[in-house]
Design a protein around this ligand. Structure first.
Ligand code: ATP
Ligand code: MG
Length: 249
């Protein structure tokens, strides 16, 4: 299965979710591939150090012989990553003039579907050509939102783009509530708003706001590394289980 973690809104936890579900699946012994599709390279920084010679650009441009070389092992035996570098910005510009430019990643990932049971794509915070490639490749869109004013803003546009791109009436997606803070009364209002519009499409699992998780992010670590017994680890474990049990369509 290919999952794209996407939302055009910045800073709502896409990378946090992508990194932790990828590490969570790998922790269960499932061969997992994390694809960093954001030129900011935040997900990459959690797993690889130093200068990178190759990045996901090799996978989406016409360099099939280099494609397998852009897959890098991590310290987790079941987790491999295709990292992103700032070069991806240029790749996105080059892509814009190519034919079938939204289908590049889908085609590149085809041979990787067999060796990797789960492929997770971390998207950039924009609805551009890179995100379109992720949407095109995905079996499920995972849309994190942060409770608060305007949390669901942009979801309709995202789903509309997905529908148009894939020429399907029903694009499988689930909304994930991230940074939930029980002390904030506004969160209840937003959850009501969500249930109204997207009733069946919200993950039961909710990821709470957690300073420990924030610190793990700053240290560039998935929660499993040094906070295995934390509430956040428990929540991400539950999320992985929920994802694995999904019956799509
Ligand atoms: N559940 C959470 N609890 C506390 N902090 C969180 C949580 N989820 C994310 N954060 C923090 O919020 C910030 C943004 O998270 P993240 O980088 O995952 O968002 P993003 O959507 O990938 O951002 P961008 O749009 O820039 O790619 C980070 O500092 C991260 O540590
Ligand atoms: Mg990010």
């Amino acid at each position: 299965m290919i999952f794209a973690v996407t939302n055009a809104k910045g800073g709502i936890g896409k990378t946090t979710v992508a990194v932790n579900i990828a590490a969570g699946f790998a922790d269960k012994g499932r061969p997992t591939l994390l694809i960093d599709l954001d030129p900011q390279g935040h997900a990459s920084r959690c797993f690889v150090d130093g200068e990178l010679e190759r990045d996901v650009s090799d996978l989406i441009m016409d360099k099939p012989s280099l494609a397998s070389k852009s897959v890098i092992p991590t310290e987790y035996p079941s987790l491999h990553i295709v990292p992103a570098t700032i070069e991806l910005t240029e790749t996105a510009e080059l892509l814009s003039s190519r034919i079938r430019r939204e289908e590049r990643l889908l085609r590149a990932l085809d041979p990787l579907r067999e060796p990797y049971k789960n492929i997770i794509i971390d998207c950039p915070p924009s609805l551009g050509i890179l995100t379109y490639n992720a949407i095109h490749a995905a079996d499920l869109l995972i849309i994190p939102i942060q409770p608060g004013m305007g949390a669901v803003m942009g979801i309709a546009a995202l789903l509309e783009a997905a529908q148009e791109l894939r020429d399907e009436t029903l694009v499988p997606y689930r909304i994930l509530i991230n940074m939930f803070d029980i002390r904030t009364s506004r969160t209840n209002a937003i959850i009501d708003e969500l249930i109204e519009d997207y009733r069946q499409k919200v993950f039961r699992t909710i990821i709470s706001k957690s300073e420990a998780l924030n610190q793990a992010n700053i240290a560039g670590e998935p929660v499993w590394k040094s906070m295995r017994n934390s509430k956040s680890a428990e929540e991400f474990d539950a999320l992985c289980e929920e994802i694995l049990k999904l019956r799509l369509r």
